[in-house]
Design a protein around this ligand. Structure first.
Ligand code: GAR
Length: 193
């Protein structure tokens, strides 16, 4: 069964656009209820609106505290009847309260093979450590950063010639494939448990 997706972004939104495409082409059953950005300058916002998707900017800098910001976020997601939140380059850590409220309903894509390289600057750290393989992970979001249950991963080989830019590019291509595969598998289970 398809979901009503709420996609949260902060930047370019290539994963978000890829999910929109997959939904339009019926590769996945889910529909995009809304795309929300916490960053008013996120490039992805324009692209999503061009595709006729509902777009909302909820800028945390306009709120005096995290609770108000997250309440606004929750209210909008509820208003749009979102039942699965997809973090796609959303660079704000969500609070324990928010995660509790949306328990098992938030998934995130992270550009490393978790549990390695949680947090930021993953590609730089992977190259410095000399890892031979890296990749990306989609996981459920829990109260600890990048630590929720892993749903699926994609692997890439790290070549001697790779730099941060080339590795990021290779992994991003895998991310697009992975996010769709995960959504398809969750859709298969949805309603059956
Ligand atoms: C992606 O590489 C995603 O894995 C990463 O941000 C990029 C967003 O690209 N997310 C994180 O680092 C979250 N901690 P996109 O905006 O083009 O989808």
């Amino acid at each position: 069964m398809g979901y009503n997706l709420g996609i949260l972004i902060s930047g370019n939104g290539s994963n978000m656009l890829n999910i929109i495409e997959a939904s339009k082409k019926k590769i996945i059953k889910s529909k995009i209820a809304t795309v929300i950005s916490n960053n008013p300058r996120a490039l992805g916002i324009k692209e999503a609106s061009k595709k006729g998707i509902d777009v909302k900017i909820i800028n945390q800098n306009k709120y005096s505290n995290i609770d108000d910001f997250e309440n606004s976020l929750s209210q909008y997601l509820l208003k749009k009847r979102v039942n699965l939140i997809c973090l796609a380059g959303f660079m704000k850590v969500l609070s324990k309260d928010f995660v509790k409220k949306w328990k098992n309903k938030i998934i995130n894509i992270h550009p490393s093979l978790l549990p390695s390289f949680k947090g930021l600057n993953t590609h730089d750290r992977a190259i410095r450590q000399g890892v031979k393989f890296s990749g990306c992970t989609v996981h459920f979001v829990n109260e600890k950063l990048d630590s929720g249950k892993i749903i699926d991963q994609e692997i890439v080989k790290v070549l001697k010639s790779d730099n941060v830019y080339s590795l990021q590019k290779k992994i991003l291509m895998k991310e697009h494939k992975l996010y769709i595969r995960v959504l398809k598998s969750l859709e298969m289970k949805n309603g059956k448990i």
